[in-house]
Ligand binder design. Structure first.
Ligand code: GDP
Length: 451
C-alpha cells in the first residue's frame, strides 16, 4: 500500500498541529526531513518513542517539532507511522505537509488512516465507525454509545448472532450434502431455538435506534402560540435553565427564528413560528408560509397559552390545527391569577409554568424525555446502532423471521437454509467480516481527512 500523509488536527491556528504519515516509506520520509537535536536517528528509534528536533527543507529551518514513531504492526493503522507535532500555525503545518508529500507520500483521503486500520485488521468495521461517532458526539449519551461500540460491544453481539446462524448453515449443509453419512438430522426444535434467540438479540439492538437518532440529531421542535403569551420568555427560560445556547440564527422579524438549545442531553432545534397569525400583507404572508412549513416539519410542538387570560378563538384554532401531533401544551404565566380553564383543552400533556419566574420549566425536559422514550436509556450507557447498521439488522431480522415461519409451517430444510443464509449475510456485512469495497468506501467517506 502507498504511503499517505495528512494533517490530523483542524485546519485552524492553534497550540500544536499533528501531521501523520503512514505506510512503508513513512519513517524514511521522516528521516529525510527531521534533524534530531540528540544523536538518535529516526531509523534507530524504537516504536512508541519520540524525539525532539527540527524540520529542515534544504537550507530552510521550518520548525522545531516533536516526532513520534510507531512501528508496524503496533500503530493505529497497523503500518509504520510517523507523527510530527509542530507549532499550530496554518502556514507552517501546510508547509511541512507539502515537504512530506514532495518526498513521496500521497495526500490521505477522508478517513484513510482508519480505513487502513480496518483493512489491516486493527479495528472491526463497527469499531471504525465508532471512531467517527466519538469525534462527532456532542452529548453524554452519544459519546457513551460510541465508546461502547469502540470497545467492540456491537461487534461481539453481532458476531454471536452470526456465528449461531453460520453454525446452523454448516449443520444443514452437512446433512443435505452427505445424506448417506449417518449424520444426526438437524433437529427443527434446535434450529428454531437459535432463530428465536437471534431474533431477540437483534430486536434488542434495534429497540434503542430511535433514541439514538434523537441523541445524535436532536429534535425539530416548533414553538407556537399567539403574540404575547410568552414564547420568547419561555425560550429564554429554557436557555437560562440549561445555560448552553448552541446557535442562534435570526431571520427578519416576520421570518421564523431558529435556535438550538440543549435540553438535558438532547439538542432541541426550535423554530419560533410567531408568524402563525393571520397575514395582513404580502410580506407577512411569506412569514406565515415559512412558519407553517416549520410547523409541518416539526417532530414536537410546544403550544404556549397565557394562563392569565381566557382561551381565545385564536388559541382554539391553533389547538385544533395541532390535533394528532406530538405536542406539549404549556400554560404560561402561572404566577398571575389564572383565568384559563384547562378542562377545555384537549391535549395529552398540559404543563403549567411561569417562564418569567422560572417556575416548572424543568418539567418540560422530563416530558420530552418521556415522549421520545429517552428516560430509560438516558441514565445508562446504551448502544445505539447507526443507519447502516440498522438496515443490516432489519434485513437479517426479516430473514430470520422467514426462516422460523418456514420451519414452523413444515417447509423443506432447503427453503429454511436459503432464509438463514439471507440472515447471516447482512450481519457479516455489518461487522465488516464480509463486506463489499463499495460499502467500506461509503463508510469511510463520512470521515474527516486526517482521521
Ligand atoms: P411572545 O410574543 O409570545 O414571544 O411573548 P413574550 O415572551 O414577548 O412575552 C410577552 C409579555 O408577557 C412580556 O411582557 C413578558 O414579560 C410577559 N411574560 C412572559 N412570560 C411571563 C410569565 O410567566 N409571567 C408573567 N407575569 N409575565 C410573563
Amino acid at each position: 500500500m502507498s504511503t499517505v500523509a495528512a494533517v490530523s488536527t483542524p485546519n485552524a491556528a492553534g497550540g500544536i498541529s499533528v501531521i501523520r504519515i503512514s505506510g512503508e516509506k513513512a519513517l524514511e520520509i521522516a528521516e529525510k526531513l527531521f534533524k534530531p537535536f540528540g544523536t538518535k536517528r529516526v531509523s534507530d528509534m524504537p516504536g512508541h518513542t519520540c524525539a525532539y528536533g527540527r524540520i529542515v527543507s534544504g537550507k530552510d529551518v521550518l520548525d522545531d517539532v516533536l516526532l513520534t514513531v510507531f512501528r508496524a504492526p503496533r500503530s493505529y493503522t497497523g503500518e509504520d507511522t510517523a507523527e510530527i507535532s509542530c507549532h499550530g500555525g496554518i502556514y507552517v503545518t501546510r508547509r511541512i505537509l507539502r515537504e512530506v508529500i514532495s518526498l513521496g507520500a500521497e495526500p490521505a483521503a477522508a478517513g484513510e488512516f482508519t480505513k487502513r486500520a480496518f483493512l489491516n485488521g486493527k479495528l472491526s468495521l463497527t469499531q471504525a465507525e465508532a471512531v467517527a461517532d466519538i469525534i462527532s458526539a456532542d452529548g453524554k449519551n452519544a459519546l457513551a454509545s460510541a465508546n461502547l461500540m469502540h470497545e467492540g460491544v456491537l461487534f461481539r453481539e453481532i458476531k454471536a448472532v452470526s456465528d449461531g446462524l453460520v453454525g446452523l448453515l454448516g449443520a444443514l449443509a452437512a446433512w443435505t450434502d452427505y445424506p448417506d453419512e449417518d449424520l444426526p438430522e438437524t433437529d427443527p426444535a434446535t434450529i428454531l431455538k437459535t432463530l428465536r434467540e437471534s431474533e431477540a438479540s437483534l430486536e434488542k439492538l434495534l429497540s434503542t435506534y430511535d433514541s439514538g437518532l434523537v441523541f445524535r440529531e436532536g429534535i425539530d421542535c416548533a414553538i407556537v402560540g399567539r403574540p404575547n403569551v410568552g414564547k420568547s420568555t419561555l425560550m429564554n427560560a429554557l436557555l437560562g435553565y440549561e445555560r448552553s445556547i448552541v446557535t442562534a440564527t435570526e431571520g427578519t422579524t416576520r421570518d421564523v427564528v431558529e435556535e438550538t438549545l440543549r435540553l438535558g442531553d438532547v439538542l432541541l432545534k426550535i423554530s419560533d413560528t410567531a408568524g402563525l397569525r393571520k397575514a395582513s400583507d404580502e410580506v407577512e404572508k411569506i412569514g406565515v408560509k415559512l412558519a407553517n412549513r416549520a410547523l409541518e416539519r416539526a417532530q414536537l410542538v410546544f403550544m404556549v397559552l397565557d394562563g392569565s387570560e381566557e382561551l381565545t378563538d385564536s388559541d382554539r384554532e391553533i389547538l385544533e390545527k395541532l390535533r394528532g401531533r406530538r405536542c406539549i401544551v404549556i400554560i404560561n404565566k402561572s404566577d398571575l391569577p389564572q383565568k384559563l380553564h384547562k378542562e377545555y383543552i384537549n391535549a395529552d400533556i398540559i404543563l403549567e409554568v411561569s417562564a418569567k419566574e422560572h417556575l416548572g420549566v424543568e418539567k418540560i425536559r422530563d416530558e420530552v424525555y418521556k415522549m421520545f422514550g429517552l428516560s430509560g436509556v438516558a441514565d445508562n450507557p446504551t448502544l445505539f446502532v447507526n443507519e447502516r447498521q440498522k438496515l443490516c439488522c432489519d434485513r437479517a431480522l426479516e430473514n430470520i423471521r422467514r426462516a422460523a415461519a418456514a420451519l414452523e409451517s413444515g417447509e423443506t430444510l432447503d427453503a429454511v437454509t436459503v432464509c438463514i443464509d439471507g440472515a447471516a449475510e447482512p450481519l457479516l456485512e455489518l461487522s465488516g467480516e464480509k463486506v463489499s469495497e463499495a460499502v467500506v468506501n461509503d463508510v469511510f467517506s463520512r470521515f474527516c481527512v486526517g482521521k
